[in-house]
Ligand binder design. Structure first.
Ligand SMILES: CC(C)(COP(=O)(O)OP(=O)(O)OC[C@H]1O[C@@H](n2cnc3c(N)ncnc32)[C@H](O)[C@@H]1OP(=O)(O)O)[C@@H](O)C(=O)NCCC(=O)NCCS
Length: 220
C-alpha cells in the first residue's frame, strides 16, 4: 500500500508537522528500515522490551524498534495512544524520531515525549524544533492541558531542550534497572501559549486524525 492508501485507512498517518528546518511525518512501516539504520548506538531503548537469544545487538535493537512501532498503532485508543514521528531534513534524509504520547489522555489530557537524533544532527537546535512541533500539535490542536517529560541527570541535552522550552523541574525518581536518577519536568498549556513558540510550526492532515484522539465529534 502506498502512503496515500495508508493515510486513507488509518488517517493518523496523514499527520505532518513542519518547523523551520525539519519535517515530521507519522512513522509508517515503510520507514522502519531507514529508522533502524539511522538509530545511534547510544540511544537507550525500552529496557522492558522482549529480547531474542541468538540475535546480534544490531538486530536485537531493530526488533525492539519494530515492535515499538507495531505496539503503538496496534494498541492505539483515544484513551491511551503513542505517536511516533520520523524527523527528516529538507532533502528527506532521516535525522531521528520524535514520540508524542498520551498514556491516559482521555482522563488527564497530559502528553509525554521522547526523541533521538543521529549524532551529526545534535547540538544545533533541531532537538528543540522537533519537540516544539509536537508540543504545538498537543496544545493547539489536541486540547492537551500539560506536557511532562523526563531524562536521567546525565542527559544534559534532553534536559536542555525541556528547560529551554519552559518545562519546570517537578521531582526525581530512581531507575532500578540502571541505578540512575531520573529528573521529571512539566510544562503547562498556559506557559506554552504565552511563549508564542508554536507560531513557527505548521500542522497538516489533522482533520481526519482527530477522531482517533477522541476529538472532532460535533455531535458529542
Ligand atoms: C536529546 C536530543 C534529541 C536533543 O537534541 P539536540 O538537537 O542535541 O538539542 P538542541 O541543540 O536543540 O539543544 C537544546 C537546548 O539544550 C541545550 N543543550 C544541548 N546539548 C547540551 C549539552 N550537551 N549540555 C548542556 N546543554 C545542552 C542547548 O544549549 C539548548 O538550549 P538553549 O537553546 O537554551 O541554548 C539529542 O541530543 C539526542 O538525540 N540525544 C540522544 C538521545 C537521547 O538522549 N534522547 C533523550 C531521551 S528521552
Amino acid at each position: 500500500m502506498d502512503a496515500a492508501g495508508v493515510a486513507e485507512v488509518w488517517p493518523v498517518h496523514g499527520l505532518a508537522l513542519r518547523t523551520t528546518d525539519v519535517a515530521l511525518h507519522v512513522m509508517t512501516e515503510a520507514d522502519l528500515d531507514a529508522v533502524c539504520r539511522a538509530l545511534p548506538a547510544d540511544v537507550e531503548l525500552d529496557p522492558a522490551a522482549a529480547r531474542y537469544a541468538g540475535l546480534d545487538e544490531g538486530s536485537s535493537r531493530s526488533a525492539i524498534v519494530a515492535q515499538g512501532y507495531w505496539r503503538a498503532f496496534g494498541t492505539w485508543s483515544p484513551e491511551a495512544w503513542a505517536l511516533p514521528f520520523v524527523v527528516r531534513d529538507g532533502a528527506g534524509a532521516v535525522l531521528g524520531v520524535q514520540w508524542l504520547e498520551g498514556p491516559q489522555f482521555a482522563s488527564d489530557q497530559v502528553v509525554d515525549s521522547s526523541s533521538w537524533l543521529v549524532c551529526a544532527a545534535r547540538g544545533s537546535g533541531l532537538g528543540k524544533q522537533m519537540r516544539t512541533a509536537v508540543l504545538e500539535l498537543a496544545f493547539a490542536h489536541l486540547d492537551a492541558v500539560a506536557a511532562v517529560t523526563s531524562a536521567v541527570l546525565a542527559n544534559a541535552a534532553s534536559l536542555g531542550v525541556s528547560r529551554s522550552l519552559g518545562y519546570r523541574d517537578t521531582h526525581r525518581s530512581f531507575l532500578e534497572h540502571s541505578g540512575e536518577t531520573l529528573q521529571h519536568l512539566r510544562l503547562e498549556r498556559s506557559a506554552w501559549v504565552e511563549s508564542g513558540r508554536g507560531r513557527a510550526v505548521s500542522v497538516s492532515g489533522l482533520e481526519g486524525a482527530l477522531p482517533f484522539f477522541g476529538l472532532g465529534d460535533e455531535t458529542a
